[in-house]
Design a protein around this ligand. Sequence first.
Ligand code: SD4
Length: 337
Amino acid sequence: MNRRKFINRSAVAGAGIATGASILGCDDNDKNSKDNNSAFAKAQQKPAPIAICTWGFSGATQKAGELLTKGSSALDAVVAGVAVEEENIENTTVGIGATPDREGNVTLDACVMNPEGDCGAVLAVENIVNVAALARKVMEDTPHVILAGKGAEEFAYQQGFKKENLLTEERKNAWQEWLKTSDYKPKINIENHDTIGMLAIDKDGDIAGVCTTSGLGYKMKGRVGDSPIIGSGLFIDNEVGGAVATGMGEEVLKTVGSFLIVELMRGGMSPQKACEEAITRITKKGPRYKDFQIAYIAINKSGEVGSHCIHKGFTMMKYQNGENKNITSSYYNSDKS
Ligand code: SD4
């Protein structure tokens, strides 16, 4: 980076940090300025390329991490990384093999965001496996940010995506079994959270992210959660960092969780503390949090990562320097473990 660019970046980061502190109403100015100074210092260090993702999807971070090591951009790496799970028939909440809505349709949601702050999203798409790649096409090849339903599907065919039946025999049988009771509670078992969200920093220090899912199993037809909604399911600011969510989308939407985390990091908070604060915004609303799980992962510009969730059981993957690690997340509530 040339000096002028660096100074400009530092000035913007500094302005953001100062603004963030005042927005947050922090009154410990001395401590803040120390935190801000260290945030400045860290912002100058470029980390080794790194990819993190929600849950234990080691194949996805392995793929993304290897690409980053070879010099791929963060955006290429995250889209290729999550494709591993979109194409994994065993994963029942992403891509092919996912759980359908209550009428038996598998509908997928995804979004991407690049280091320039551009984004693309597709909502409630049927018959297309790689919806993260499709969201990228929306970002790069249309004047729009979001395409939904049939429009997104038709756009996919124009772009050369193949039509595929996403409902496997196993999922069809499970759905038919479910129909016998049609027992839908707005409640997620911890084991059901398989949305994959991925964040990466490439060799140039640039950050990109993606989120892809089939949403909640047996959801109402047309229901869309947080995952494809920029700011809720995913947010990236290349000056600051990125965050991505998994879990009960309705509650993430109500608190615009990923944007919140990035703004907290802009104010000087660590990724870990910012994830904790975003979970607190949900849990402090009342005891309903006992019935659902939400987890966030985050990364800042210097490659520090954090994760926090409501209930015990969430893990994230981190690939850096050839090491692919599963990290157990801290959590808010120990009663429901
Ligand atoms: C949604 N957040 O549609 C997604 C669901 C999820 O693991 O994360 N499932 O609300």
